[in-house]
Design a protein around this ligand. Structure first.
Ligand SMILES: [Zn+2]
Length: 401
């Protein structure tokens, strides 16, 4: 089977599907129109389809007919949600909804996964195992992957998924058509720190008669930066960014409380656990040192996305074989963004790979994912579909096993 060739034949269809999805972006876990579009696009394929109960996911199982009905199960994932951004790309197929845009390219992922389902369906007589297609809502901070795992996507074929692969397009930095990945951590863990420093309000001229939460909260913000540089391995980095800080109403009033929130990124389980252990008492103890109290919540969000070394090698080998040596490169560093596909790779070996979808000749200066100007070149969708299909096909025909 020549999946790359077959994918090229599908390209016009997949581009049309991507553009249709692009015009009606939906947010979060509830994507009814997107779900409808995906179901229509899968219609007629030999798939066992189920939809989510707590979210508008689509899970499709393809039964390979090239074995004894057992064989491994490979999961392929595409996320489907958009972002609360107003599009400013000028594309003819721009979002029809103000304040909603497929600014992270998940419309390309959805179309690509439909493509992979079509490609593999046409060759199911050659597959000695099953494929689970995971069409996932709510990647952008809604933990759609966690919800789909809770609803059983990893057991959708009736036996556990053995390997999982996912792909992400980028509108900048990576030249068009280039596949990039790395073994080990590829995207950061993201967690949240929520702090409320509780004092006692009063007149700004009489701080001794009040309990001023502002200086203590400021001290926490700088102490968190010192914590990063003094208590963490410089070769296992951590990022703490306080993204909001609110206190008070007027300069001569001491407010009763001060609040701030931070996002925390880390690249190993160890560093992630250590931030949670250190940041909470750091804030509480600074409050106590000044006679104040602090409510501190550390909220785990997405784990580190970790590529299993064998899974990464298999992706690299597959890209080289299907597209040629020059189409794959190994990233030196992980990306500081995070991904809920990490939930899947936490449980199942596999890999996550980036695909350059940049229009610009100078990818470094093109608007990046999440920007209102981010434009994705959908001529890469067919290649994305071919890669996902090839990973499953090669695995289920024993190649690279
Ligand atoms: Zn994304």
């Amino acid at each position: 089977m020549d999946l790359r060739h077959d994918a090229r034949e599908l390209s016009d269809d997949l581009v049309a599907l991507r553009r249709a999805l692009h015009q009606v972006p939906e947010l979060g876990l509830d994507l009814p129109r997107t779900q409808e579009t995906v179901l229509a696009a899968l219609d007629g394929l030999p798939l066992e389809i189920s939809t989510g109960t707590g979210l508008s996911s689509v899970t499709a199982v393809l039964r390979g007919q090239g074995g004894d009905g057992g064989g491994p199960v490979v999961l392929l994932r595409g996320d489907m949600d958009a972002l609360p951004v107003t599009e400013n790309t000028g594309a003819a197929f721009s979002s029809r909804h103000e304040g909603r845009m497929h600014a992270c390219g998940h419309d390309l992922h959805t179309a690509g996964l439909v493509g992979a389902a079509r490609l593999l369906s046409a060759h199911r007589d050659r597959l000695a195992g099953d494929v689970v297609f995971m069409f996932q809502p709510g990647e952008e901070g809604h933990d759609g992957a966690g919800h789909m795992i809770a609803e059983g996507v990893l057991e959708a074929a009736g036996r556990p998924v053995a390997e999982a692969y996912g792909l992400h397009v980028v509108s900048a930095m990576i030249p068009r058509g280039q596949f990039v990945s790395r073994p080990g951590p590829i995207m950061a863990a993201a967690d949240g720190l929520f702090v409320r420093v509780i004092g006692a309000g009063g007149h700004g001229s009489r701080p001794y008669a009040a309990l001023d939460p502002v200086p203590a909260a400021c001290e926490m913000v700088t102490a968190l930066q010192t914590m990063v540089t003094r208590r963490f391995d410089v070769f296992d980095p951590v990022v703490v960014t306080v993204g909001n800080f609110h206190a008070g109403t007027q300069r001569n009033i001491i407010p009763p409380d001060a609040r701030f929130e931070a996002t925390i990124r880390s690249f190993s389980k160890e560093a992630r656990e250590r931030v949670a252990e250190l940041a909470v008492p750091l804030c509480r103890d600074i409050a106590a040192a000044h006679g104040l109290e602090a409510e501190v919540t550390y909220s785990p969000e997405y784990p580190v996305t970790v590529n299993d070394p064998a899974g990464h090698e298999f992706v690299a080998e597959t890209v080289r074989e299907v597209f040629g040596e020059e189409r794959f490169s190994v990233a030196t560093d992980p990306v500081t963004g995070s991904e809920d596909f990490s939930r899947v790779l936490d449980r199942v070996p596999g890999a996550f790979v980036f695909l350059g979808a940049t229009f610009a000749d100078e990818p470094d200066s093109a608007p990046y994912n999440h920007s209102p100007e981010a434009s994705f070149d959908d001529s890469v969708v067919a290649d994305g579909a071919a890669l996902l299909a090839s990973l499953a096909a090669r695995r289920l025909s024993g190649v690279g096993a």
